[in-house]
Each structure stands twice: as structure tokens, then as C-alpha cells.
Design a protein around this ligand. Structure first.
Ligand SMILES: Cc1ncc(COP(=O)(O)O)c(C=O)c1O
Length: 478
């Protein structure tokens, strides 16, 4: 193998331009396997690390896609990709939410291991590195078992809060451990935040479409949803939001920080600042859900609203459920000036969370290795979504539109309007396939022709075959 030389440090751009040229001229077709790093290194007379640098550059530019254990592939040219889903252009008005019945059914399907799991937004045990995490739990039991068989302090394990505060510093969210309350997943964090700033009958502005669990929380707390038109690439329609806030009283706004489930977009910082300013003018608190923030495909983790908010108007919610441990139920809330109210309610409802997992998780975070784990997850999800998009584009009916997520692991698919995805779900379940139908992502049931697909379980022939069958079932209805 050739050694690195000083010249090589500039050569990677030439190598990248050479490979990009092959893709542009069609010598390497969209979806084709690019030459291996070894081949490029030999042909172009550069070191392996220079070849890798060139391929990473092409990955960042969207020319190549890395597929773990398989190599690099030419991405579909932007012009040939299916369009993104259209933005719903409804006039926002506050409405009651009634998603609970169907959400419970959907979760039962999602937990059924006999179904091809295109429906559940949960990473597989293998991707989650569960065995590695289990070792920390076993060690915590061995070393400190009896000491943890008691209540934690009110806000949760102090070391865990310290580790969370340390990580938040990286994206400019200045936190002290006392600012954080450990919760049972992001779900409890959101529920506590909503209960702190709203009372039954109040109205909460949300993205549309949005994660059905957030709608479910509104329903349980007897809150109304004000669904804001949201673009699949750029996020909330700001003028529509401004108009909606001028037209009616709104008591809170509940948004994804990044990679909205199901659309997968990340709003840029300028837009986040405009939303913060608008909410501050109307004195509306913002509750943000940053559960997917660590799963970014771009080089930099997007900053949450809380890191940009100088007015202290944001209640920040997150958890480790999408990256490491959905079963450990470890989330957190930064309630700002609402800390007292939140703690009162937390005591009344649950006293505190389980102590041992919190301590074991603090050990896991402080041992290092979480960032490496995240890098692996991000690669696996970017790869899974790319493959999933390619198959959807190939086998779903003409006119199907697909989101282009910038992070996370779900895909939003808009089918021709005549296809009703609830009916399609019945047919899919009969064939042993589960997915999430679109209407559950809005209180107003406006996405009856859409679906959310998840690649959390990784990519294999079972998933691919399930997707192809789903495509055939959709085509039969179009
Ligand atoms: C946007 C969003 N928030 C919250 C949750 C639930 O998080 P947790 O399992 O930590 O309660 C999910 C799970 O799908 C989600 O997608």
C-alpha cells in the first residue's frame, strides 16, 4: 500500500472530482457500486486514507452513499429522486384530539415480532448495542446494588444529570445538573412540560404532520391541537404560524428540535430564532422535543431551540430511547422557570425514576464510547433510509412522493390520494407487514393517503421483501 505524502493531502479533492465525473457522465449509474477504496487508491496512486477522505467528501455532497459492510454506492441524482411530500395548506384552527384508540392498536402491532417491522420507530437490539449496555448494568448491580435499592434524589441521579449537562455544552446549551429532571423517557418529559404550562381546554400549536405520541399526550391532558402547515424540507410555514397566533389564543407550542418525526427535516438556526422571537412576542412557551438530535447525517449536530433562546422561554425534552436504551426509560426535562411546578407534579405522580439504570447509564456515558456508537447508528440509519428510498421509488405507484430526512430513521411517504393507508394497513397486516398509516400523525386526520416507514430495525432481505410486497399492494390500489 502507498504511504501518505504531503501531496496526498491535496489530492483527495482531485480524486473526488474524478469519481464525481464518472457519476455525472453516467459511467457509474445511480445505485451502482463505486470502485472500492482499495481500487481507487491503486488506480489513482493515492493512499487509502486519501481515498477515504475523497469518498467522505462525496458522501457529504450527496454524490455517494456509504453502506456498512458493503461499500460506497452512487446516490440517485437530485433530479431523478421522487419529489418531497407536499405541504398541507389548511387554515389552522384549534381542534380536539382523538388518536388514542388507534395509537394503542398500532403499538400492539409494532410490538408483534411476527410482523415485518416497518411501523415501529425503535432501533433493533443489535443496533442499540444492548449487550454492551447490559455489562454496565451488571457491574452497577455487583458494585452498588444495595445502595441503589432506594429512591433517587428528587431530580434523579446526580452523575447522570452531570453527564447530560456535559454533553449539552457541546452544542451551546449551558446547563447545570440542577437544571435537569430525569424522567421516564421523553414521553414523561413532554407530559410534565405540557402540564406545567397548560390547563385543560388550552390550545397547543404543533407541526403537521407530527409524532402521534405528542398528539396522544395532548388528548390525555385535554388540550386542543393547533396544527401548523409544515414543509418536508424547510419546516414550519412561518407566515402561516404568525397568522394563526394572531387569530386565536395559544398557550404553548410543541415542536421537534430537529428531524421531526415523521418528516425528518431540520430547520435552520435563522428560522429557529424567528420562531423564538415570534413566540416571545406572544408570550407563548415553547416545549421542544430533541429526541432525534444526536442522529444527524450532516457533519454538525443541529442546535436545539433551548441553545438559541436568550429569553428562557423554552422547556427542553429528550431521551436516550432512539440511540441506546428505549427499554431503560431514561429521558430528561429542562423546565427552566417551571422547575418547581414540574417537580411537584413528578412527586405526585411517580416520586422518582428507577435508581439503578440511571447510575449504570451514567457509568456508560462517562466511560466514553457513546460518540462512536452514535457514529455507527448514524451511518446505519443514513444507509437504511437511502436503500429504503430507492426501493420505494422503484416499487410504489407513479406519483408517490418521499421525504429526504436529514437525520433520524423514518421516512414519510405520500401516495396518490385515492390510496387510503388505513385500508392498506389491513391488507399489509394480512401479509405479515406493519407500517404506520398517515392519519394518526394529525388530529385533523388529513394524511389518510400517507404512511411512515421506519428503518430502525436495519436493512435485510426480510425488510426489503416486506417493502416490495407493500409496494405491490399499493400499486394494486392505485
Ligand atoms: C418525536 C418523539 N418523541 C418522543 C418519543 C417517545 O420517546 P420515549 O420513548 O423516550 O418516551 C418518540 C418515540 O417514537 C418520538 O418519535
Amino acid at each position: 500500500m502507498k504511504e501518505d505524502t504531503a501531496q496526498d493531502s491535496h489530492r483527495y479533492q482531485e480524486v473526488a472530482a474524478y469519481v464525481a465525473g464518472l457519476a455525472e457522465r453516467g459511467t457509474l449509474a445511480a445505485g451502482a457500486r463505486a470502485p472500492s477504496l482499495r481500487e481507487v487508491s491503486r488506480q489513482q496512486r493515492v493512499s487509502l486514507s486519501t481515498a477515504l477522505q475523497a469518498y467522505r467528501l462525496l458522501e457529504d455532497r450527496g454524490v455517494l452513499q456509504a453502506r456498512p459492510r458493503s461499500g460506497y454506492y452512487v446516490a440517485a441524482a437530485a433530479g431523478t429522486r421522487p419529489q418531497r411530500p407536499a405541504m398541507s395548506r389548511h387554515a389552522p384552527r384549534a381542534i380536539d384530539v382523538a388518536v388514542s384508540g388507534f395509537v394503542v392498536q398500532l403499538l400492539a402491532h409494532a410490538a408483534d415480532p411476527s410482523l415485518v417491522p416497518l411501523g415501529c420507530a425503535v432501533p433493533s437490539a443489535e443496533l442499540l448495542a444492548t449487550a454492551h449496555l447490559d455489562r454496565f448494568l451488571a457491574r452497577a448491580i455487583r458494585m452498588h446494588g444495595p445502595e441503589h435499592n432506594t429512591y433517587t434524589e428528587p431530580r434523579g441521579d446526580a452523575r447522570l444529570r452531570q453527564e447530560i449537562a456535559r454533553r449539552a455544552m457541546r452544542w451551546g446549551q449551558a446547563l447545570a445538573p440542577e437544571d435537569i429532571v430525569i424522567t421516564s423517557g421523553c414521553t414523561e418529559a413532554v407530559a410534565l412540560a405540557l402540564a406545567a404550562v397548560c390547563k385543560p381546554g388550552d390550545t397547543v400549536a404543533v407541526e403537521s404532520p407530527t409524532y402521534f405520541g405528542l398528539l396522544h399526550a395532548l388528548e390525555a391532558l385535554q388540550l386542543k391541537a393547533l396544527e401548523l402547515p409544515t414543509d418536508a424540507a424547510t419546516g414550519i410555514d412561518l407566515p402561516a404560524m404568525e397568522e394563526a397566533l394572531n387569530a386565536q389564543p395559544v398557550h404553548a407550542c410543541l415542536l421537534a428540535s430537529s428531524f421531526n418525526n415523521p418528516l425528518g427535516f431540520a430547520m435552520d438556526e435563522a428560522k429557529k430564532r424567528s420562531i423564538l422571537a415570534l413566540l416571545a412576542r406572544h408570550r407563548i412557551p415553547l416545549i421542544e422535543d430533541d429526541i432525534y438530535g444526536d442522529l444527524h447525517f450532516g457533519p454538525v449536530r443541529p442546535r436545539p431551540f433551548a441553545a438559541l433562546d436568550r429569553a428562557g422561554n423554552t422547556l427542553y425534552c429528550s431521551s436516550f430511547s432512539k440511540t441506546v436504551a428505549p427499554g431503560w426509560r431514561l429521558g430528561w426535562l429542562v423546565p427552566g422557570r417551571h422547575m418547581r411546578t414540574v417537580l411537584d407534579r413528578k412527586f405526585a405522580m411517580t416520586l422518582c425514576g428507577a435508581s439503578l439504570p440511571q447510575s449504570a447509564f451514567a457509568d456508560f456515558l462517562s466511560s466514553g464510547g457513546y460518540d462512536n456508537h452514535l457514529r455507527r447508528m448514524r451511518r446505519a440509519f443514513a444507509d437504511g433510509l437511502a436503500r429504503m428510498s430507492d426501493v420505494v421509488a422503484e416499487v410504489f405507484p407513479e406519483g408517490t412522493r418521499i421525504s429526504q430526512p436529514e437525520g433520524g430513521f423514518v421516512l414519510w411517504v405520500e401516495l396518490p390520494r385515492r390510496i387510503k393507508t388505513r385500508e392498506l394497513l389491513d391488507a399489509a397486516l394480512a401479509q405479515g407487514i406493519c407500517f404506520a398509516p398517515g392519519d394518526v400523525f394529525a388530529a385533523g386526520r388529513r394524511y389518510a393517503h400517507c404512511m411512515r416507514l421506519s428503518c430502525g430495525q436495519g436493512w435485510d432481505t426480510r425488510i426489503e421483501q416486506g417493502l416490495r410486497t407493500l409496494g405491490a399492494l399499493s400499486c394494486a390500489r392505485s
